[in-house]
Design a protein around this ligand. Structure first.
Ligand code: GLN
Length: 291
């Protein structure tokens, strides 16, 4: 017979052999997921026997993790901005880096009228838009993604968070689906240079959707198509906030300027890397003094 404690030890050993630093925590997270029990419940029942079917499901989950599948795809969940979100291989797994975009937006609106309308380009799991909708309780948001599966996931997340009534999810290309203006536009577009994709960690490279990562030869293709569209779709006093990759700040700002936008504040992520940039429309609306 195998107890919960023994199953945990075996899993932790296997995960450690696969060079996963957080092997103990991950073993517990996976067992919680399989048994649908909290970590506290598992710890308090360590000497009870694990059922055969559960043990086999647990071993499968541990093997998937050892093979490199991201934890979030196995458990189907990931927290973003303290919101429990569902994720699937159709969407990028929400990252703490992307919370930098939310912080930059909140900073901008600290002393301003909150946005009524928000657009999220390449919404994926919906994480950016859903976080912003919880922060701006009177706003309505539209999330656009090329992937129908991503849109279904984002829409399911909105429903679980009670945000379905304030959000619309549209499958399609940015060029074809934007038909009005928005007070706030956000995006975490694909920005990894194609050549660098092969050097990403296995769990990213082999499991996450390539369309959400690959930004073309120099990683900047998405910004080239996004900025002219956003310039057009931004309300006069609107804000555009985007996530960028390492050392892309100057190049991305140049593309924005060429598209008629003006640079606003930037923000660094938890590692001190410039991660979020903001832009305004030129000439109209927000004057220099209030920026
Ligand atoms: N930050 C992600 C990574 O490095 C990339 C996200 C993106 O391309 N938008 O894996």
């Amino acid at each position: 017979m195998t107890t919960l404690d023994q199953a945990l030890i075996d899993a932790s050993d296997a995960l450690a052999k696969a060079r996963l630093d957080q092997h103990r925590i991950e073993a517990r997270t996976l067992l919680s997921h399989v048994l649908k029990m909290s970590s506290a419940q598992i710890l308090s029942r360590g000497d009870t026997e694990i059922e055969v079917a559960a043990l086999s499901a647990y071993r499968d989950a541990v093997s998937s993790r050892c093979a490199g599948m991201p934890l979030a795809y196995i458990t189907g969940t990931r927290e973003f901005w303290s919101l429990p979100l569902q994720v699937s291989p159709a969407t990028l797994i929400p990252r703490p880096d992307t919370e930098t975009v939310v912080e930059l937006v909140l900073e901008h609106y600290r002393n301003r009228r909150q946005p009524d309308t928000i657009l999220d380009l390449g919404t994926g799991s919906g994480c950016l838009l859903l976080a912003l909708l919880t922060e701006f309780p009177d706003a309505h948001g539209t999330g656009i993604d090329l992937s129908a599966d991503a849109c279904s996931m984002a829409s399911a997340n909105a429903a679980l968070l009670g945000l379905a009534g304030r959000s619309t999810w549209v499958t399609g290309s940015w060029t074809e689906t934007i038909s009005r203006t928005y007070d706030l536009i956000v995006s975490n577009p694909p920005y990894i240079p194609t050549h660098d994709i092969g050097m990403l960690q296995i769990d990213v490279r082999d499991y996450e959707p390539i369309n959400a990562l690959d930004g073309g030869v120099d990683g900047l293709d998405a910004y080239r198509s996004l900025f002219p569209l956003a310039e057009n779709a931004l309300a006069p006093e609107g804000l555009l906030a985007v996530e960028i990759g390492i050392d892309q700040g100057i190049a991305v700002s140049e593309i924005a300027t060429e598209s008629g936008l003006v640079s606003g504040p930037a923000r660094v992520d938890l590692s001190g890397i410039e991660r979020a940039l903001s832009f305004y429309k030129k000439g109209v609306g927000i004057n220099e003094a209030t920026r």
